[in-house]
Design a protein around this ligand. Structure first.
Ligand code: BG6
Ligand code: MG
Length: 228
């Protein structure tokens, strides 16, 4: 298989893989509110600073981070019940409060510009709710490929979800760029051998090739320049 050669000028940007929560849609806020509700009910301290560590990591790993502040140990069975409760709260938000209006600023013009330039686009998300979210925001059939929490054994920072998305696109990792809002996601992109555009909470991460507060201010040509 052809390898991306970004460092030598032979590589080319052929695909962009987008994280979903916090990159395409503002569901990251609903993840936070659902975890906060669970923590409050359980009498476990939780705040937005701790929540930052949950970005990009799986539901059970997120719960493990939340339980670091618990005053007692929880059995594996109790943990499954807690994770299901959190997901129930989160699903209520998805069912009642998420629509295409929650697509983040700059996302649709960026996606359209990629498509117009012949750059393939994919979703690479840790979330098992990814198909529901894409449906809620009207983008189910919009991407060339998707890979999500239902397809993988290892969550970010492991590169599995991005490598799977690239494989499904038929594009070598060295010719893919990832867009991420999570520290774990930037690490996953780098581990996959992909360049990363860090946005939102991840902007400024030194491992990212490019950072921006939001996709609103990024032109895909600037990303292409990273591969020349
Ligand atoms: C990621 C979120 O996209 O999905 C994490 O950034 C979340 O915060 C993870 O824990 C898993 O999501 P879900 O929907 O499968 O519980
Ligand atoms: Mg994210």
């Amino acid at each position: 298989m052809e390898q991306g050669m970004g460092m030598t000028g032979e590589g080319k940007l052929r695909a962009v893989i987008f994280d979903l929560d916090g990159v395409i849609v503002s569901t990251d806020e609903f993840h936070y509110r659902a975890w906060q509700k669970l923590a409050d009910e359980e009498g476990i301290y939780f705040d937005r600073t701790i929540n930052e560590r949950l970005r990009g990591v799986s539901r059970m790993e997120s719960l493990a981070i939340l339980l670091e502040s618990a005053v007692r140990d929880y059995t594996e069975g109790e943990k499954l019940v807690l994770a299901a409760r959190k997901n129930g709260y989160y699903r209520q938000f998805l069912d009642t409060a998420v629509s295409s209006a929650d697509i983040l600023p700059g996302v649709m013009p960026f996606l359209e510009a990629c498509k117009a330039a012949g750059i393939k686009i994919a979703v690479g998300s840790s979330s098992r709710n990814s198909p529901t979210i894409l449906e809620r925001i009207g983008l189910t059939d919009y991407f060339d490929a998707t890979a999500d929490g239902n397809d993988i054994a290892n969550s970010k920072p492991h590169p599995e979800v991005f490598l799977l998305a690239a494989e499904r696109l038929g594009v070598p990792p060295g010719e893919c760029m990832v867009v991420e809002d999570a520290e774990a996601g930037v690490a996953a992109a780098v581990a996959a051998g992909m360049k990363c555009l860090a946005v939102g909470s991840a902007a400024g991460d030194p491992r990212a090739a490019l950072s921006a507060a939001s996709l609103e201010t990024v032109r895909w040509q600037r990303c292409q320049g990273l591969f020349e």
